[in-house]
Design a protein around this ligand. Structure first.
Ligand SMILES: [Zn+2]
Length: 97
């Protein structure tokens, strides 16, 4: 690694894995400017490690959101057996009294 690497990379420079992780949140939120998004997407094409990291990050975010999102009856019906839905709804009714 030469000591005289310029601190500011040119805009068309490929993204490093470290920069990739810095941009993940903005990318997931759709807030990445088009130029940076292009570089980000390009990095995913060449770096399997970051693709896996992104997948794990997304799962973690999804789990976090699921944990805080209100559970709707519709969501329950799509994911669990009917008996369990009824049991949960019955428990909720009991909890309200
Ligand atoms: Zn990478």
């Amino acid at each position: 690694m030469p000591a005289d690497v310029p601190p500011n990379l040119p805009p068309d420079q490929s993204m490093t894995c470290h920069e990739f992780t810095d941009f993940i949140m903005a990318w997931l939120d759709g807030e990445l400017p088009p130029a940076q998004k292009a570089v980000f997407d390009e990095h995913m094409d060449i770096c399997g490690d970051c693709v896996r990291y992104l997948e794990n990050y997304r799962k973690t975010v999804a789990l976090g959101q699921a944990a805080y999102a209100p559970v709707t009856e519709k969501a329950l019906r799509e994911e669990v057996p009917e008996e369990l839905v009824q049991a949960v709804l019955a428990a909720r009714r009991l909890g309200r009294d």
